[in-house]
Design a protein around this ligand. Structure first.
Ligand SMILES: O=C(O)COP(=O)(O)O
Ligand SMILES: [Mg+2]
Length: 225
């Protein structure tokens, strides 16, 4: 592929964080006197950051209509979610198979690695630390690091600029439509992983440059190209 910079998504790509996100969401719902949801429902609400996850959980569906929720109610629920996730985060979160060794192989092969997640940045360092990845990524952005998040191309372009790489020298790697659209919007090649969270839809429908069913297949592709 002749790329210099690999920009990775986090949740659903490197780590399976939905068990913790679901527990924190249900802790929030229970605190607010609402009914919890099964993990498989909550899984389809992840991808657009914590606030959208909280909004979707409050209405119990993926589409949140304009005016359906009062801002104050969402502010409060989001704070309850943050308090829960701060304690829960890391308890059940695991790295997907071959991610740890794969990241290290890619780094050893000379690729520069960056992380762009829609997860609020305050939750990222603890998870990176838990997996020993705190020195792997040259640049790490969360969903609230800039004024816009994926699928907006801004965080990807920001990383390229900071690391002095053109979008054509970079590739966006992720599990959800937000990653593929952000990459396409940034005029980058995109590589998709099919095992993560994409609202229950096949990521190949977004026409990524290539798609893989496991992380080791992605690593092989990048090491051969
Ligand atoms: O927190 C989310 O909604 C998703 O985070 P991600 O961008 O790392 O997949
Ligand atoms: Mg993701």
């Amino acid at each position: 592929m002749d790329k210099q910079l690999l920009i990775f998504d986090f949740d659903g790509t490197l780590i399976d964080s939905v068990p913790d996100l679901a527990d924190a969401t249900n802790a929030m719902l229970t605190t607010l006197g609402k009914t919890p949801y099964p993990l498989n429902s909550i899984r389809n609400w992840v991808g657009n950051g914590s606030r959208m996850l909280v909004e979707r959980a409050l209405v119990g569906k993926i589409e949140v209509l304009e005016g359906e929720l009062a801002k104050e109610a969402v502010d409060h629920a989001e704070q309850v979610f943050f308090d829960a996730y701060k304690n829960i985060s890391g308890s059940k979160t695991v790295a997907y198979p071959d991610v740890d060794s794969g990241l290290r192989k890619l780094q050893a092969a000379g690729y520069e690695l960056a992380l762009v997640t829609n997860k609020p940045i305050r939750f990222v360092p603890k998870i990176l630390q838990a997996f020993g990845w705190q020195d792997i990524f040259s640049e790490v952005l969360g969903g609230d690091s800039l004024s816009s998040k994926k699928p907006d191309p801004a965080p990807l372009l920001h990383v390229c600029e900071t690391l002095n790489v053109t979008p054509k020298q970079a590739v966006m790697i992720g599990d959800s439509r937000n990653d593929i659209l952000a990459g396409q919007n940034a005029n980058m090649d995109t590589l998709a992983l099919s095992y993560g969270y994409n609202y229950g839809q096949d990521i190949r429908e977004l026409n990524p440059t290539a798609a893989f069913d496991d992380f080791s297949a992605l690593v092989d592709y990048l090491l051969k190209s």
